[in-house]
Design a protein around this ligand. Sequence first.
Ligand code: ADP
Ligand code: MG
Length: 342
Amino acid sequence: MQRTEISTLGEFGLIKHLTQSFELKNSSSLKGIGDDAAILDYKEKQVLVTTDLLLEGVHFDLTYVPLKHLGYKSAVVNISDICAMNGKPKQITVSLGVSKRFSVEDMEELYAGIRLACDHYGVDLVGGDTSASMTGLTISITCIGEGEKGKVVCRNTAQPNDLICVSGDLGAAYMGLLLLEREKKIFAGDNSIQPDFAGKEYIIERQLKPEARQDIIESLERINVVPTAMMDISDGLSSELLHICKQSNVGCRVYEDRIPIDYQTAVMAEEFNMNVTTVALNGGEDYELLFTVPLSMNDVFQNLPGIKVIGHTTDASLGSCLITRDGQEITLKAQGWNSLEK
Ligand code: ADP
Ligand code: MG
């Protein structure tokens, strides 16, 4: 494959090369790349801003993550945060630290992924910053979005006796990560052998190409429901539930048999000798939505495609518990997914 050194284009040349094909599509993007700052116009809307920092070796491993996927995922995790506020993502900025190891072609791949995310979610790239780096690749993406006054949803506003809902299924991205890590070890040093992911495509995709649940936000809008509290599940259901409970000053009861788990996640957990409920509770990077709605909406939410009612909030004094299949109450712990790696 061709390799063009970034130094042949220089910083300005590289930025132009990577960004010239991006066009602005949102009316709130008045001016994008090319000046000292972008200009946005949100009129009467509220402005939501979120940012993430991703470091090579800490947050991603380029031995099994293709740069195009990395670009897509870096944008999606920020877009997901705007969705989790019941907002609409509109703009991103992309800041890069790039070492000499990377070529112009590498950066083209990264931006192809970013571009795919921009097109898929209707987001404009309006700026960024670029710097040489001594240590691999660093990506920081900021996403800006709009929220309607009175309809932005925070974590601290759940009420006792709300229903607790989640979208999609949980634990798959973590199983995908463990599978990729395992294959990396097995095949290290022997490039002639290709890992076989047959029958495991879903969990790999959940790890490498997650999606933000903008579709769920749109479904909620269609049925005119504003959740009482909401967040996206990036660090595991258990930890996120505890955030909502603590910040809202409520307790919760969630039922093990209601936690949505895909078949491939269950098979993989068994292969790794892990309890699949533990995986679903503590695995990270699912980017599904966790939200609460009033109990009076039970009939509606029991039948919404892609959404599962997993339990309810309680008075804070009752604590936060998982009810197991055999009826035991287990206090939820914020394990987070990092601690699972031991
Ligand atoms: P400044 O000197 O003001 O930091 P730059 O030369 O870094 O400006 O950037 C010029 C323009 O290109 C700005 O609009 C900036 O937002 C944009 N830009 C810089 N780096 C990137 C990047 N990695 N991705 C997208 N836009 C970028
Ligand atoms: Mg700059």
